[in-house]
Design a protein. Structure first.
Length: 297
C-alpha cells in the first residue's frame, strides 16, 4: 500500500492504522456505516493493578485489553509490557490483529493488551505479581473460546506460563487460554522463532521481486528482541551480512558482518547490544542512516 505521505495525519499509531484501513476501504467501496463498524472496538478495558514491590512499596500499574472484533472467532492478540503502553496504542494494535487474522484466514478475531511498566527495571518476582494481577482483573473476558492471550513486546514464554497459571487458579487447568507458552506446558515447537522466520520469508520474496538475492546482502536490523534476533540469525544463515543491529539504547556496526550468535550471547549477559567486541557502537539515529541493501525496521 505504500508509505504514509508526509501531508497525512501521523499523530498516533491509531491514525496510521486508520489511514491504511481507509485506503483499503476506498478500493472496496465501503460505505461510511460499514467503515465505522469495522473501526470501532467491541470492548475496551482499563484496569488498575496494585502490586507490592520487593522493597515493600505498593505501586499501581495501569493495564489495558482491547477486543476489537470477534466476528470471525475468539479474540486473539498479545500483551505488551512497556512504559508507553496506553489505550491509544493498544486500540491500534488490536485493530491490526483483526486484519491479520482475517488475511491469514484463521478463525480468530483481533485483540491486544498492555501493561504500563518497565519490565527491564523489575525483578522476576515483581513481574510475576503484576502479570497475575493483570489476569485476575480481566479474567472474566478471557478464555479459549473468548479471548486468547499471547506474548508481545516485553513479555515472553515465562509471562505466558504465569498467565496460564493465574487463569487456571480461577477457572481450572486451561492450557489453551494462552499461546506462546513453554513447550513443556503445551506450547508449540518453533513458536519462539516463528515471527522472525516469517519476516525472513517475506523479505526473501520481496528481494526476489526486485531482482536481488539474499546471499551477500547487507542487512541492518532495528531491534534485537525476539523478532529481530531471530530475523538476524535466520537471515545470516541464508548468507546475508548483518552489518548492524540496534535496541532501545543504541546499536552496533561491523561492515564485514556481525557474528549473530556471539551477539546473542553478549546480549544475554549484558542486556544490550552496545559494547559487543569487534563492533562499533552507534546511536540509534546513526544505525538508520547506514548504507545497506535491506533495512528491517
Amino acid at each position: 500500500v505504500g508509505d504514509i505521505g508526509n501531508d497525512e495525519k501521523r499523530d498516533t499509531s491509531l491514525d496510521e492504522v486508520n489511514i491504511f484501513f481507509d485506503r483499503a476501504a476506498d478500493r472496496l467501496e465501503l460505505d461510511d456505516g460499514m467503515r465505522a463498524l469495522l473501526k470501532a472496538p467491541w470492548r475496551e478495558l482499563s484496569v488498575s493493578l496494585p502490586v507490592r514491590m520487593d522493597n515493600g512499596e505498593m505501586r499501581i500499574f495501569q493495564g489495558y485489553r482491547v477486543q476489537h472484533n470477534g466476528a470471525r472467532g475468539p479474540y486473539k492478540g498479545g500483551v505488551r509490557y512497556h512504559l508507553e503502553a496506553d489505550m491509544e496504542e493498544v486500540r491500534a494494535l488490536a485493530s491490526l490483529m483483526t486484519w491479520k487474522t482475517a488475511l491469514a484466514n484463521i478463525p480468530f478475531g483481533g485483540a491486544k493488551g498492555g501493561v504500563q511498566c518497565d519490565p527491564n527495571s523489575m525483578s522476576v518476582s515483581e513481574l510475576n505479581r503484576v502479570t497475575r494481577r493483570y489476569v485476575q482483573n480481566i479474567d472474566h473476558v478471557l478464555g479459549p473460546n473468548r479471548d486468547i492471550l499471547a506474548p508481545d513486546l516485553g513479555t515472553s514464554a515465562q509471562t505466558m506460563a504465569w498467565m496460564m497459571d493465574a487463569y487456571g487458579q480461577i477457572h481450572g487447568h486451561t492450557p489453551a487460554c494462552v499461546t506462546g507458552k513453554p513447550v513443556e506446558l503445551g506450547g508449540s515447537d518453533g513458536r519462539e522463532s516463528a515471527t522472525g522466520r516469517g519476516a525472513v520469508l517475506i523479505t526473501t520474496e520481496a528481494v526476489g521481486d526486485m531482482d536481488m538475492v539474499m546471499k551477500g546482502a547487507r542487512v541492518v536490523v532495528q531491534g534485537f528482541g525476539n523478532v529481530g534476533s531471530w530475523f538476524a540469525r535466520i537471515a545470516s544463515e541464508q548468507g546475508c551480512l548483518i552489518t548492524a543491529v540496534s535496541d532501545v539504547n543504541g546499536g552496533v556496526f561491523n561492515s564485514t558482518g556481525l557474528d549473530v550468535q556471539a551477539l546473542s550471547k553478549h546480549v544475554a549477559k549484558s542486556g544490550f547490544v552496545a559494547g559487543f567486541p569487534g563492533a562499533e557502537d552507534l546511536i540509534n539515529e546513526e544505525v538508520l542512516e547506514l548504507e545497506c541493501d535491506i533495512l528491517v525496521p
